[in-house]
Design a protein around this ligand. Sequence first.
Ligand SMILES: *[C@@H]1O[C@H](CO)[C@@H](O)[C@H](O)[C@H]1NC(C)=O
Length: 259
Amino acid sequence: MRSLFLFPIIWHLALAASVRSIFLFKDVMKSNTTALKTSGFNTLIMFGLGILSNGDIMYYSNTPGNQDVRVGSGGVYVGSDALAQKVRSLKTGETGVTRLEISRNAQNVRNLIMTPGPEPETPFSVAFGRMLGQIGYKYTIAPYTNAQFWLNVKNQLNQGLKEQNWLLDRVYLQCYDGEAYNNPPEWQTFLGLKVVPLIWVINDVKPVYGATAAQARTRLTQWHPQSTLAGGGYWNDYDIEKMGLSYRDYCNVLTSIFP
Ligand SMILES: *[C@@H]1O[C@H](CO)[C@@H](O)[C@H](O)[C@H]1NC(C)=O
């Protein structure tokens, strides 16, 4: 958190609104961030951050023509000014975005957290979440299976905290690929926390799991009346641009169901 004074304001806004999110799989230096900021999304989730075995942080481009860059080393930002400005711009200027999340790989985090390590039976996700909480961040998860494990993590991270202070304050649920049959209302009941189902947009990687905006609407409107969802989200911006789809069409679905 950059500013202690800004934080409560951003947080109230975030709490009031339903979640309308999209994963930024495409390199933010290449994607149409104007469209991402102005189509109605309020949460962007940057994908491709990877933690190396020494704790350095890479931003993997995942985008033809762009290179992977080291953005963190020795505890400080070492990426370019252009990238820093681009990321900052997501929540500034003309934008509907009130929350930016960073998604990262797990393996090296597990190793780093476990050496020397927290108390033996604390899952590393709990240790990592607590560390993030200490520096002012929230922690979110995007499970697709193993609900009992995540219930445990959630219970430990939020133990003793009032709802507005929950450290694990959001759950995204993968409802595509092998997880296409995940049922968000069931997960909500099990976890005791509202979830944000994720739907994969039309794509040429696994076309069978791609949903048009109309298909996304159908799925979300089937789940939502069963139990109020926290919002909805998409995997991912790279496919939207590659397949010539419309950010606005997809986001309008979210805006109409989760105003
Ligand atoms: C980016 O999105 C904006 C707003 O939707 C659009 O006007 C513009 O043409 C797009 N830019 C590119 C390079 O596609």
